[in-house]
Design a protein around this ligand. Structure first.
Ligand code: ADP
Ligand code: MG
Length: 700
């Protein structure tokens, strides 16, 4: 169905080919639709007029009525500017132009009433407005732009070409006139009525030129709902279709291996949270549908064990399992801890990574294909086509955010007809709203309890002036037999500097602690050297590990109970939390010491305060999302579910999101393929909306 809104933007009066080109290049706006869905980021109340005597430079903007009494050009060449003295009955201000001086001089009229709008600044004790917007009363009446004027983001390149927020606003007004009565509704009538939503056309009109705050609110709600609803509908349709299309293997027996492990080999009680999650998993795999579950749990909450018990369940039902980790060191660690758990049970476990020797690799390939090997642990190497299974029933993926949807799909294809069950584990807690969106096609389990006996990590924040006390503290701790991490930032833009800081830090530490052995690892080292240094520390041959964030993921040294993070203000919140998770793994009280410079931005201060206040990864994730906005969060970019929120905000619109998800779920439960007459509009929107389109082929 060709739609009016799909017309090219250059055909809109007042745009033309040149501006169309800029709009395309700078804002990716190519059609009427793109423009009308380009929303203001703020509104300014144009009903309010100020008197000149009220104006001060702290005001974000002003609107004044008055007349120009005098104009003069000052300076020469590109320093030239035009000054105009603007009066009302209470005083005067200066209006200044640096560009288009000639044009202004010819067009501005002395002693004619103007409405001036702009940002006041102070210069040498005098107030002036640079490049103000000027309108006569008549012009303002001719262009009813709504009482609140929308402001649109523009780029530097646009400003250079005089394409300002105001220009866009004018284009929007023209467009609204042109498309009046031609914007088709995208939501089914009864849904609009039931939820008391504003119609799409009214919402788009009001978002660009609201007359009242009430209407603006209703318009915003409608557009946010629609945006979130279609994302949810798409993700949930994927899930519903998948369940219809694929059968899943049924693991109905809880058999010998699971029971034997549970009663004879498991060295501790499962936490209630672990039991709950295992139950959820068992329910999933005991149906004929494929499990797609996300397992969230803070570092150290015991996810690996849950994964292992699921693998035993697979085995008891005649299936193989694989566990994929993002790095070699993590894969090794999983291999070691799982082998240790299973020591004494007759189960063949393999490790396959990029550095597995060719001969060994061949053996593993054969053992997997014959079914002789029941569990394989590894890295990306597992995805390779050469890796074939006899009967792959379960795929566990650790640290999902590093893999993404496409890679998940590759593992699915290891079976011809029925895809394996998928369990995704992540130690980076994700706020609920983000999980519903990025991992919206997965069911979510949460381990919200740490194994008993763990003492919460104590976190402190110090400035440089406490260095001596901190060093004394470290010495005390090491004398008690624990080990210490000291972490330096390494951020790509200033890698050289950072490396220097790290090496300098290493030297200082060596001088401060001559009695201790010190290891160092950083990203620029050869893997073997790095590995060696890690091993040293792990074996307790060194007491202090100086490192960059390479230790961030997963390495497990239970005896290390103190972590110092240098220049902590330079780390992101989730990264700080992730790092902190490296300590607190043993029985000792653990400490995390955040060192920072005195000068902190508000945001850095908030991050450090949050770290000191709480150990709860979910709370930290929420704060992180509020501080940074969801777009920046790790995982969204790589998730492969390209969605670009134009108006909704996952940090603030949790309720609307939940509502949108519920509505979408109800619709799909009733009509999974959207075949009913009522839902025809939805199907059309799904198929036509490229922005949120999935690559369905990667899944099916
Ligand atoms: P995660 O993968 O969630 O970071 P792990 O599975 O590595 O956590 O578990 C962290 C540590 O806690 C491991 O040494 C593990 O053996 C131990 N552990 C797991 N579950 C329990 C439990 N229920 N009771 C005691 N210790 C546990
Ligand atoms: Mg882990």
């Amino acid at each position: 169905m060709p739609v009016f809104l799909d017309q090219e933007i250059k055909f809109l009066p007042g745009v033309g080919p040149q501006r169309a080109e800029i709009l395309k290049k700078e804002l990716k706006i190519t059609t009427f639709r793109d423009l009308i869905y380009y929303y203001p980021y703020k509104y300014i109340d144009r009903t309010r007029f100020y008197k000149i005597s009220e104006i001060h430079s702290q005001m974000p903007y002003i609107q004044v009525k008055g007349v120009i009494r005098a104009m003069e050009t000052v300076g020469t060449g590109n320093k030239q500017r035009l000054n105009a003295r603007f009066y009302d009955e209470t005083g005067s201000i200066e209006l200044t132009w640096f560009r288009a001086i000639k044009w202004q001089k010819e067009n501005l009229k002395l002693n004619k009433e103007y409405i001036v709008f702009g940002k006041p600044t102070e210069f040498g004790g005098k107030i002036s407005v640079v490049h103000p917007e000027l309108e006569t009363e008549e012009e303002k009446l001719l262009q009813p732009s709504g009482l609140f004027q929308g402001y649109y983001n523009t780029t530097e390149n646009m400003k250079k070409k005089y394409l300002t927020s105001k220009t866009i606003h004018k284009m929007q007004l023209t467009l609204l006139n042109v498309v009046k009565g031609k914007i088709p509704e995208t939501l089914p009538k009864e849904l609009v009525a039931r939820l008391k939503l504003m119609s799409l056309e009214a919402a788009l009109t009001n978002i660009h030129k609201p007359e009242t705050t009430v209407e603006l609110k209703k318009a915003t709600f409608r557009l946010k709902f629609e945006e979130l609803f279609f994302i949810q509908l798409k993700i949930l349709a994927l899930k519903h279709n998948r369940n219809q299309k694929f059968k899943g293997f049924r693991f109905e027996h809880v058999g010998y291996n699971f029971n034997k492990f549970y009663s004879d080999f498991l060295p501790f009680e499962l936490t209630n949270a672990q039991k709950k999650v295992i139950k959820e998993i068992r329910r999933d795999v005991n149906q004929h549908t494929q499990m797609n579950r996300l397992l969230q749990g803070d570092v150290g909450s015991g996810k690996t064990l849950v994964a292992l018990m699921t693998m035993l369940l697979a085995m008891d039902n005649g299936f193989q399992s694989c566990l994929m980790a993002p790095t070699e060191i993590l894969a090794q660690q999983h291999f070691q801890s799982i082998s240790r758990f299973l020591n004494g049970m007759n189960i063949k476990v393999g490790l396959l990574t990029g550095s597995t020797k060719v001969s060994e690799r061949r053996e593993i390939h054969e053992a997997l294909q014959s079914g002789e090997m029941q569990i394989i642990i590894g890295t990306h190497a597992l995805i390779e086509d050469a890796v074939m299974f006899d009967k792959l029933g379960l795929v566990v993926i650790d640290e999902q955010h590093r893999f993404g949807v496409a890679q998940r799909a590759k593992l699915w294809q290891k079976n011809e007809l029925i895809p394996p069950h998928i369990l995704v584990m992540t130690a980076t807690p994700i706020p609920r709203t983000l999980a519903m969106t990025v991992y919206g096609d997965l069911d979510v389990s949460v381990i919200d309890e740490l194994p008993p006996g763990r003492k919460p990590i104590q976190t402190m924040h110090f400035y440089e002036n406490r260095r001596k006390q901190v060093n004394n503290f470290l010495k005390q701790q090491i004398d008690k037999g624990t080990q210490v991490y000291i972490v330096y930032p390494l951020i790509s833009e200033s890698e050289k500097m950072d490396l220097k800081n790290l090496e300098e830090g290493y030297r200082h530490i060596s001088e401060s602690f001559p009695e201790f052995k010190i290891s160092m690892v950083h990203g620029k080292m050869k893997p073997a050297v790095k590995e060696n240094a890690m091993q040293h520390f792990k074996n307790g041959e060194s007491q202090i590990m100086v490192a960059t964030t390479v230790i961030e993921v997963g390495v497990d040294v239970p005896n290390a109970s103190v972590m110092v993070i240098e220049s902590a203000e330079r780390f992101g919140l989730s990264q700080l939390h992730q790092l902190r998770g490296r300590v607190g793994r043993g029985a000792e009280q653990s400490y995390c010491i955040l060192m920072s410079s005195y000068k902190l931005s508000n945001e850095s201060r908030k991050r450090l305060e949050t770290m000191v206040r709480t150990n709860d990864g979910f709370e930290i994730a929420e704060v992180d999302m509020k501080l940074r906005g969801p777009g920046d969060l790790e995982g969204t970019a790589q998730s492969g579910m390209g969605f670009d929120l134009k108006i909704a905000n996952l940090g603030k619109d949790g309720e609307i999101l939940q509502m949108a998800r519920n509505v979408a779920n109800d619709i799909l439960d009733d009509d999974p393929f959207l075949q009913k007459e009522n839902n025809r509009l939805l199907l059309q929107s799904l198929l036509s909306n490229k922005e949120t389109e999935f690559d369905w082929s990667s899944i099916s």
